[in-house]
Design a protein around this ligand. Structure first.
Ligand SMILES: Nc1ncnc2c1ncn2[C@@H]1O[C@H](COP(=O)(O)OP(=O)(O)OP(=O)(O)O)[C@@H](O)[C@H]1O
Length: 225
């Protein structure tokens, strides 16, 4: 689905990531960890084509990201749902409008989507927050709304950047359960997180590969994690 071959990335000449090769196969579950500033967000951006590699190649659903035209990028983005670290809501729109935004942006808004939106809002436990504004949500509610927005176009892959940042343990477990459920539905999931407790908790329920960015490259973390 997503394939990185010998990828390097630098923002301004200094290498941040080097020698990264990885295949994200359908239905797999990955964690991505590493110290703050190691390049986890950068890595995720490379996986959904928001950044182009400065070395090596990235293929998403078989297409080389450096050769995709605008239509190919738009199609690819519909199949990859991203939960951003800072949620990135439009504060003047309601929670439901924010969650539904990718539908209108992608030109896929249809009357029967309202039913899907209802179902999705219920699934993440936000059925009572349809008309709330984002600043009125708690941290956990924001994270669940961000997850719902990433899912509204039924992507095949979900890339989640610190989806449990700023929430308590119980809420992080609830979010984790949602992501595990999505994986059981066949979706490929990658979660970037600092939270080693979350990774340990997940391993009891899902076969997850744990990757760590160390010394600018990607390594498989030991079983002791
Ligand atoms: N647009 C940018 N321009 C220049 N440098 C950047 C840019 N974005 C990120 N960086 C730098 O790249 C490095 C890696 O950032 P990144 O956000 O990928 O790390 P991270 O592992 O996700 O960090 P954290 O865990 O703190 O979120 C940091 O030193 C950051 O300052």
């Amino acid at each position: 689905m997503i394939e990185l071959d010998n990828v390097a990335y630098s923002y301004s000449g200094d290498a941040l990531l080097t020698d990264i090769s990885l295949q994200l196969a359908p239905g797999t579950f990955h964690f991505l960890t590493g110290p703050s500033g190691a390049g986890k967000t950068t890595f995720l951006k490379l996986c959904y084509g928001a950044l182009k590699p400065t070395g090596g190649s990235v293929h998403i659903f078989g297409d080389d990201v450096t050769e995709m035209d605008r239509d190919a990028v738009a199609y690819m983005r519909r199949r990859v749902g991203v939960v951003h670290q800072d949620c990135q809501f439009l504060d003047h729109l309601s929670v439901a409008e924010n969650v539904a935004l990718p539908l209108s942006v992608s030109g896929q808004a249809t009357p029967d989507q309202a039913e899907n939106l209802n179902e999705l809002m219920g699934w993440v436990g936000l059925q009572g927050k349809f008309d709330s504004l984002p600043p009125e949500l708690s941290g956990g509610e924001r994270q669940r709304a961000a997850l719902a927005r990433a899912l509204i176009l039924s992507p095949d892959v979900i890339l989640a950047d610190e989806p449990t940042g700023n929430v308590d343990w119980e809420m992080s477990q609830r979010l984790l359960r949602l992501l595990i459920e999505l994986n059981r539905m066949g979706k490929t999931v990658m979660i970037a997180t600092h939270d080693l407790g979350l990774i340990r908790a997940a391993k009891a329920h899902v076969q997850a590969r744990v990757l760590r960015i160390t010394n600018r490259t990607l390594q498989t973390a030991g079983a002791d994690l």
